[in-house]
Design a protein around this ligand. Sequence first.
Ligand code: ZN
Length: 311
Amino acid sequence: MENKILGLHHITAIAGMAKKNLDFYTKVLGLRLLKKTVNFDDPGTYHFYFGDEKGSAGTILTFFPYEGARRGSAGTGMATNIAYAVPDGSFDFWLDRFEKHNVIYNKPSEKFGEKYLTFLDPDGLKLELVIPKYQDNRKPWETDGVKAAVATKGFHGVTLTVQNKEKTAQVLTDIFGYELQEKSGNRYRYTTDAVDTANIIDLTELPNEARGVGGAGTNHHIAFRVKDEEVLMGFHGKIAVLGYNITNKIDRNYFYSLYFREPGGVLFEIATDNPGFGIDEPWDKLGSSLLLPPQYEPRRAEIEAVLPKVD
Ligand code: ZN
């Protein structure tokens, strides 16, 4: 497994108001705020990371919140649905919670033999809770409002919507080691056996659907997980030789990354397990203060002055 893609690492989306985003994911959904930092390419904007206790790969959802951002619209060339695994029997809790917090949701349904519950975050980002067929032994983050018996365990998988699935599927199978597992209508489920969880990518093929437009409530990119930088650079070679325009290795402080756009239009990242979220804060204090990468530390006062208040 060492040199393989190990399922999902993180998923990144765009949000509107920072405080609303933070409150929804920590208080309503019960995720841990792992890191409160800034967009390294735009330090006047937050970058929030949410996940489990240690920020394990496959649990990390991140946001760039822009106050007053225009809503995007989901469409082809985008990740259009983010699914979390939850324990069997937890839907009654979640339905009740969504009612209480005015969360928009659909009544539970079933696909590929798994029950799921679709809901929207405050910006309209589509998410899903899934009761997986397999045993998910990941230890969830627990809050006062969301106990372990019902809490999300991390990603189940993600759906990518594309006009033509063929070339996207080739990236998944030929480069990333995924295999087509099941098909239902225009939905194709790809999985990797390199890991037991967060290992599902569904491709939904919609030939006549419009391209997605980025903005609040839409996905920005999805990141696949590798063990370390050596494996990362192995993938750099494999992808570059196929003619994809892939970035050099980028230091994201908590992981190292490469980015390329897959042929269906979705921005793909590959990210390492190392060094992880304990690099600049004690584990019991994750997310408690604004963390800046070294290059922005000298500008802290100026950055803090422009960031919206979220506490
Ligand atoms: Zn990323």
